[in-house]
Design a protein around this ligand. Structure first.
Ligand SMILES: *Cc1c(COP(=O)(O)O)cnc(C)c1O
Length: 359
């Protein structure tokens, strides 16, 4: 059986060990005589699966007991609306505009209150993370919103803003569990699973308890954090199978040594690729060095035809999904947690060969 090196930005590569366990357990989970897909979400078996997944995520991220962990549906995009629906109480929020996902979050938030754009890198096509001046932050904001890693452009915040008493809200979809974060710095973290945790269809929300409040009556029941928190993500049928796979990914990550060990590996992978880009006469990275993402690495040759040939030849060699986002062009290698170091090394070897052969 041939597996490719999959550099997809999402849904993306999963650890082989996780897929093998899922395969082995698909007909009969732990002697239950059935697949996790066939189980009642109220069964003792699923209770065990969701509790273990939550416990392992809490361990991995060192989530304090005054934070709730929710497993929701609707993708990260639903959080763009759910955050303001639940947190916009006084009616104002600060945002840093660092890319397409921030922009979508901003446009949803504008439906529920006043949005103050503290800083933006849009004028430079989001190729850097803007410097932040706390003087420009709104002291009376309900929350302060950032996208920790910008999947499309390949930038990340290397320093979190100092927001004082204003809760920091983060879209961590494409870098959750890839590097160590101090959860206590945040009021709310959310992440769609399909980049670094599991299959598309479940979204993790980590929310500080004091931010879980009654919402306006018109907020749909399923869009209230309070309802999900009070029902431990089991108000209605959760995405059971996806939660199970995320749980296997969490176990895999714990065995590997947790997030600090994963971060080291991710830094090593990123270093191999960026070092090559910095020394190549054909390939160039596209963003400010200081803000480079550990997860998504966009690069170009400067020649669209050459880019297209590279992507085609790479695919023939088993390096797939390297085409850049349609808004950036060129190439993008997403090197999430489950991409092994060997995958990045093999890609760099192929890039060297391609460069030599196309001088
Ligand atoms: C992929 C992504 C999203 C969108 O996720 P969906 O699950 O498709 O809604 C939002 N934010 C970031 C940073 C992403 O990478």
């Amino acid at each position: 059986m041939k597996r490719v090196y999959n550099f997809s930005a999402g849904p993306s590569v999963l650890p082989v060990e996780v897929l093998e366990t899922a395969r082995d357990e698909i007909l009969n989970w732990h002697g239950s005589g059935m697949s996790v897909m066939e189980m009642s979400h109220r069964s003792k078996w699923f209770e065990e699966i969701i509790s273990k997944a939550e416990e392992d995520l809490r361990d991995l991220m060192d989530i304090p007991s005054n934070y709730k962990v929710l497993f929701l549906q609707g993708g990260a995009s639903t959080q763009f609306a759910m955050v303001p629906m639940n947190l916009m109480r006084k009616g104002k929020a600060d945002f840093v505009n660092t890319g397409a996902w921030s922009k979508k979050a901003i446009s949803e938030a504008r439906k529920y209150g006043k949005v103050n754009i503290v800083a933006s890198s849009e004028e430079a096509k989001f190729t850097y993370i803007p410097d932040l001046d706390p003087e420009t932050f709104s002291a009376d904001a309900d929350y302060f919103y950032i996208t920790t890693n910008n999947t499309i452009y390949g930038t990340r915040f290397t320093k979190l803003p100092e927001t004082g008493n204003v809760p920091l809200v983060a879209d961590m979809s494409s870098n959750i569990l890839s590097e160590v974060y101090d959860v206590t710095r945040f009021g709310l973290i959310f992440a769609g699973a399909q980049k670094n945790m599991g299959p598309a269809g479940v979204t993790v929300v980590i929310i500080r308890e004091d931010l879980i409040n009654d919402t306006h009556l018109e907020v749909p029941t399923l869009l209230q954090y309070k309802v999900h928190a009070e029902n431990r993500s089991l108000y209605n049928t959760p995405p059971c199978y996806n939660i199970y796979i995320c749980g296997l990914v969490f176990e895999w990550l714990k065995k590997l040594g947790g997030v600090p060990a994963m971060q080291k590996i991710n830094e090593e992978k990123a270093r191999i690729l960026y070092d090559f880009l910095d020394n190549s006469s054909m390939f160039k990275g596209t963003v400010a060095k200081k803000d480079r993402s550990l997860m998504n690495v966009p690069f170009v040759t400067g020649d669209k035809e050459l880019d297209a040939r590279f992507i085609k030849e790479a695919e023939e060699k088993g390096f797939v999904n390297l085409k850049g986002h349609r808004s950036v062009g060129g190439m993008r290698a997403s090197i999430y947690n489950a991409m092994p170091v060997e995958g990045v090394k093999a890609l760099v070897e192929f890039m060297k060969e391609f460069e030599l052969g196309n001088k």
